[in-house]
Write a protein that binds this ligand. Sequence first.
Ligand code: F6P
Length: 354
Amino acid sequence: MQTGRTTLSKFLIEELAAGHSDLGSLLIDVAAAVKSISVILAKGALDGALGSLDAQNVQGEVQKKLDVICNETFISQCEWGGQVSGMVSEELEDVYAIPDGNPRGKYILLFDPLDGSSNVDFNVSVGTIFSILAKEDNEPAVTDDFLKPGITQVAAGYALYGPSTMLVLTIGHGTHGFTLDREGGNFVLTHPSILIPEETSEYSINTSNSRFWEPPIARYIAECKAGTSGVRDHDFNMRWIASMVAEVHRIILRGGIFMYPRDTKDPSKPGRLRLMYEANPMAMLIEQAGGWASTGRQRMLEVNPTSIHQRIPVVLGSRREVERVEKYHAEYDAGTDTIFDSPLFGERSLYLEN
Ligand code: F6P
């Protein structure tokens, strides 16, 4: 058991300015939800909770039993304390109203209770992502209250359920990682003030979508793959866990770039990931750790949302790499991208073949 170290409660007492104790209480409730979810997930097949339901969520994706269980767990831990006036979850179509009789507060909470859940049946790391916005009053929250750009988030974080359970969060002063000490039941500050390494040779993207990519992404990946024989002049490594939380966690600790870009696979969708409870909280954490997060064409945190379940292209990680991808988009949009002169790829059009 860890004693004498900074627990999440102590950290919040020290870091939150006077008058923000409600935010601290809400984050403690979020941490309680994470502990419960961690216990549920750790049972694996023992509780019969693996597998899919016959239902689909609002995204049209097959719901796992654990998606629903984790969603209910998160809501029940956070709805009673009087800090929030409404919630939005990936698993619910509409805004979740705080039940009559429960006190309401001036924060609103957005979350993806079980991110990467396609991995959950196979004991691969999954996560929970959350974002907290402030509201002027404690009247029941309506959709418009949630449609604020990510720059207005007052806190954001994720939980990673891996070999250990970690809570990584920001309240606007850096990005800090806590590891769950199971014996003591506390989250202990183990990764204070995380800074993403600037130099990186690692990229993460689902390359099975490569024929649907836009040219700027195809160009960037072709250059990474060309390695020492191309313009980048060094070799790159590739990782794809299909679990955004695990991917982002690796990137904030050892650098890299994560992309789920716009593609033409399903033209009705501008991206795969959700702005409000995936991209925005990750963007805040990444920026607070010295990295950068973008749609490829715009700073993520400045996107004005149009709906609570909006999808968005995502490029985030080590700042210089993300800026390079933004530059390729800008050049492509302006028609000024130059022919890529790698010995492997002589024609710009060849990028699309990778
Ligand atoms: O729902 C989001 C998510 O599960 C992310 O965690 C992950 O990065 C992505 O989808 C995986 O997508 P795909 O199955 O296309 O690789």
